[in-house]
Design a protein around this ligand. Structure first.
Ligand SMILES: Cc1cc2nc3c(=O)[nH]c(=O)nc-3n(C[C@H](O)[C@H](O)[C@H](O)COP(=O)(O)OP(=O)(O)OC[C@H]3O[C@@H](n4cnc5c(N)ncnc54)[C@H](O)[C@@H]3O)c2cc1C
Ligand code: SF4
Length: 320
């Protein structure tokens, strides 16, 4: 790890006025500093800032510094969000890691984390060894010729499904952005992963109160049952009335370069009876446009089956 300066601003204004890299739980940042993937000169510990609190009086409001474990355990948090959090990392990590930091975690692509290999995301223009290399864990949706890395966050998938917004604050003021619009496809600039501006802080995450939010779930498929990133995941929320689907929200993880909303699947579910036949027909559209790599063609059918399983769990009480 390279030497760096560490300071701990006492106020949000002081944090925004000082140029540096924010440190929350440190479970991504310090990890990547040890690997020399990230080499900040000035680290700003933001843990004393007043960016906490979980408020469920009008939808769900979560301060960016709330720990994953505390959000997951809160009784007012929508099921898809708490399940996504509880299926993430380990209890020790969830006790340290913040919601804001989770949304900004970096990809787990092994080439990105190894400074001895080229990687367009880490070093623009150096190449992408995953295209012809070990790519079983990589994306089939939203990819480009320059990067095929998945977005690693579980809770971001649930939040995108539930129409979440984030509040961003800089010295220029505050702005609110739908989380789905915040993440950027890799295109020819995979090093630019999101819309965060220099010196900007995530201060809050907001999920609107909707009929379907409380009737939601998150299903994660992985190589082992704990402490593992998703091969494929699905966040699903349904508003079912008289056996028919009045409204639906569906997003996928582990298969795409950003948390991947599936509007075609949602459209196919709306107005249909809540039956296995409807679920299968809608899920058949999930991998439209997918570009499998040499090692991950299985993800297309896995994605469809993961969505069907989530829909069954929601409508038949966990038969999955
Ligand atoms: C072994 C292991 C397994 C894991 N498994 C999973 C998993 O299964 N699913 C999953 O979703 N995640 C998983 N993670 C990732 C983990 O959830 C993230 O590392 C964690 O959520 C990051 O939060 P943090 O507070 O520690 O962020 P930090 O490491 O402190 O920061 C991460 C990044 O966000 C920036 N940042 C932090 N807070 C803010 C803010 N408020 N505003 C602006 N910038 C900010 C930092 O500058 C840094 O760039 C795993 C991590 C490890 C190490
Ligand atoms: S997939 Fe993306 S992160 Fe992985 S090596 Fe290629 S450019 Fe780097």
């Amino acid at each position: 790890m390279r030497p760096f300066e560490l300071t701990a601003p006492a106020t949000v204004d002081a944090a925004l006025a000082t140029r540096g890299t924010f440190l929350a739980g440190g479970t991504t940042l310090v990890d990547l500093m040890k690997l020399n993937v990230l080499t900040p000169q000035h680290v700003l510990d933001i843990n004393e800032l007043p960016l906490r609190g979980i408020d469920t009086s009008d939808g769900l409001r979560v301060g960016a510094l709330e720990r994953m474990a505390d959000v997951a355990a809160h009784p007012g948090v929508y099921p898809a969000i708490s399940r996504a959090l509880l299926l993430s990392a380990s209890q020790q990590l969830r006790n340290m890691a913040s919601i804001g930091g989770n949304l900004l975690q970096r990809t787990r692509c092994t080439y990105f984390r190894d400074v001895a290999t080229p990687c367009n995301k880490r070093e623009p223009g150096s190449g992408c060894p995953a295209l012809a290399g070990a790519n079983r864990m990589h994306a089939i949706l939203g990819t480009s010729d320059h990067c095929v890395a998945t977005h690693a966050s579980d809770v971001a998938v649930a939040l995108v499904a539930l129409d979440a917004e984030i509040t961003l604050r800089s010295e220029d003021g505050e702005r609110v952005v739908p989380l789905a619009d915040f993440y950027r496809l890799p295109g020819d600039t995979p090093d630019v992963e999101n819309d965060l501006r220099s010196g900007e802080l995530i201060t809050e995450v907001y999920v609107p109160r909707k009929d379907w939010a409380a009737h939601s779930t998150y299903v994660k498929v992985r190589d082992r049952q704990s402490y593992e990133f998703a091969l494929c995941s699905a966040a699903v929320a349904l508003d079912v009335r008289d056996g028919h689907i009045a409204d639906a929200r569906v997003a996928a993880g582990g298969v795409a370069t950003v948390p991947w909303r599936l509007p075609a699947v949602e459209d196919a579910l709306r107005g249909e009876p809540a039956t296995l036949a409807s679920f299968e027909e809608a899920a058949a559209k999930a991998a439209d446009g997918a570009k499998p790599l040499s090692g991950n063609a299985f993800k297309g059918s896995l994605l469809k089956r993961t969505i069907i399983r989530a829909l069954i769990e929601l409508t038949e009480g966990g038969r999955g």
